[in-house]
Design a protein around this ligand. Sequence first.
Ligand code: FES
Length: 289
Amino acid sequence: MADNGKILVVDDEPIVLRSCEKILTSEGYSIALASGGQEAINVLQKDDYDLVITDLKMPGVDGIDLIKWLRNSKPATGVVVITGHPSQETIKDALNLGIIDYLPKPFTPPVLIDVTSKAMKITMVRALPEKSPEEADVESKTADLEKIIAENRNRPGSLIPVLQQAQGLIGYLPPSVQRHIAKGLNIPVSEVHGVVSFYSFFTMKPKGKHSVKVCLGTACYVKRAEEIIEKLKATLNIDVGEVTKDRKFSLESVRCLGACGLAPVVVIDHNTHASVDPVKTPEILKEYE
Ligand code: FES
């Protein structure tokens, strides 16, 4: 099955093309062939390939011209060059153009397979979208999460303690973490999700370093709590439920906090700010810079 990636092999020697096709097809790659640089450009204009393996010395449009064209038109495509007598200068030119590796002629099937598989891996990693800071953050804590799960696995009623510790570790409980916990505790994801959604102290959204909660209960509302929210949204440049780009603040609206005598109330982390003046709201944030 040809699902290991798409490769275009370019060489003016038919024997090289046929050998590469035979060897790489048997390794699960989908192979197309071109007998020169111009033919390769024509093929690449119609279709995308993960990797181009090209001879450097060819009549007409040569390997270096082809690589220059690729860098401008298809920069994500990986390139491996085939070279007869790798002169320092030619290889230097090719390396400067960002090739991944080179194959000195004559090469054996194991060398071709090895170089191709390494180059394909590099190309695939380059093509992956960058991880969001949140995803990278969660991944970096996987080992600690595993530890929490392992310590609680055989205890009855372990789900809530595991969720509390996981939230303490990561800051929130995104779907990937909930799936991880469900698998680790051998329970359905729906059960984990049900508990996370039911208890208000669990959150599925990332929190900033400082959590800003504005009470929108009746007593606070009549004392201009909505103006406070608007002011905070404008100052932090985020909406309710979001985190600032520098991940310093997250903004939430909450129902009555049981401190109606102090309305309007804003709680930042564990500090209650009473009788907040909407106009002066941004000044409170300065205490948390
Ligand atoms: S309504 Fe805001 S504290 Fe009660």
